[in-house]
Design a protein around this ligand. Sequence first.
Ligand code: HEC
Ligand code: HEC
Length: 309
Amino acid sequence: MIEHRKGISIAVLLIVAPPLVTLIATAHQMIGTGGDGLIRARAVTASAPPATQAPATAPAASGAPGATPGATSGTAPGTAPAPTAAAAPPKPPAPVPGRSALDFSASRPAWETFLRDADPAAGKQLAANGKPAAGVQACVACHGQAGITPSGGIFPNLAGLSSEYLAKQLADFRSGARVQPLMNTVARALSEQEIGQVAAYYGTLAGPPMHVGEFGGDAARKLDVQGDGARALPACANCHGLRGMGEGPLIPRLAGQSREYFTDQMNAFRSGSRQNDDVGVMRAFSQRLTDAEIQALAAYYAGPAPQQR
Ligand code: HEC
Ligand code: HEC
């Protein structure tokens, strides 16, 4: 009888015990120190800091600055990880600076901050007067009143370009990413705030009226609207808008720029003396065009010569 009862209780114990152990283990994981939180903290945040923190804490703990190589390679790995591993769980994981693995947005360029809350009225003043104390001529002296250069030539119209494109170019002239001595001098004498202001101001101005009529002939028109598949040349209009009207914040208007400025830029992209087209598209495309095609495209976008010439 006793033997029988003992057998039953052992059987009951065998049946009940495994699920009970599982239950307790699960409860421990969910509440208390276990659970999702710890697993995440170990996998994502804690794995990087110990590697960098260990050398920083080890010399301080050992108090032997003279023996740093020996301390870090010999004794520190044995002793340092243990205290940090024991001390880590109570501390909330420090926020990891920078982007998360789920952030697929483009990285933000520095000049974006120049434009934040930029005052176009201050930019207008700067454009009209320059910054005599820093030896900067008025923008209008070279770029014309209201951003349209009467004579064209090497001076581009600024009206009709977006604030973003203008700010990027000024930032590039300032950093030296785009090289042109006159504009490198101007941009380096301006503060980030002033770059934001002039870019905001010129971004409000309408470009020269779109010209009607055909210039540059069929070859140019075809390159604009169709490109040339055989040379892997996309249509210019794909990016620059039809007839070079400009598109999006960072693709400049070509319509109305002088032939000289246009050819200067195409030659600069071609030779690599202008390399601030971030992914290199303009350097690539300009190399696939002939001299005659660049001349034709210059005429196509410039339209009729300004009266003043
Ligand atoms: C001394 C003449 C001169 C002055 C003054 C001058 N610029 Fe320029 N700027 C130029 C020339 C020349 C270019 C063409 C640069 C090149 O060929 O790469 C240019 C180009 C630019 C461009 C690039 C346009 C484009 O389509 O990519 C911007 C933006 C610009 N200037 C802004 C300014 C602003 C803002 C000021 C006033 C603070 C100013 N410039 C003052 C001569 C001048
Ligand atoms: C894939 C898009 C793309 C295509 C296609 C393209 N461009 Fe561009 N182009 C750009 C970008 C972007 C810039 C501005 C680069 C920078 O940030 O300085 C630019 C700049 C230029 C400039 C300088 C304008 C200025 O104000 O300084 C000229 C000139 C130009 N492109 C001509 C052309 C011509 C001509 C074609 C057709 C043969 C063409 N582009 C096709 C993207 C394109």
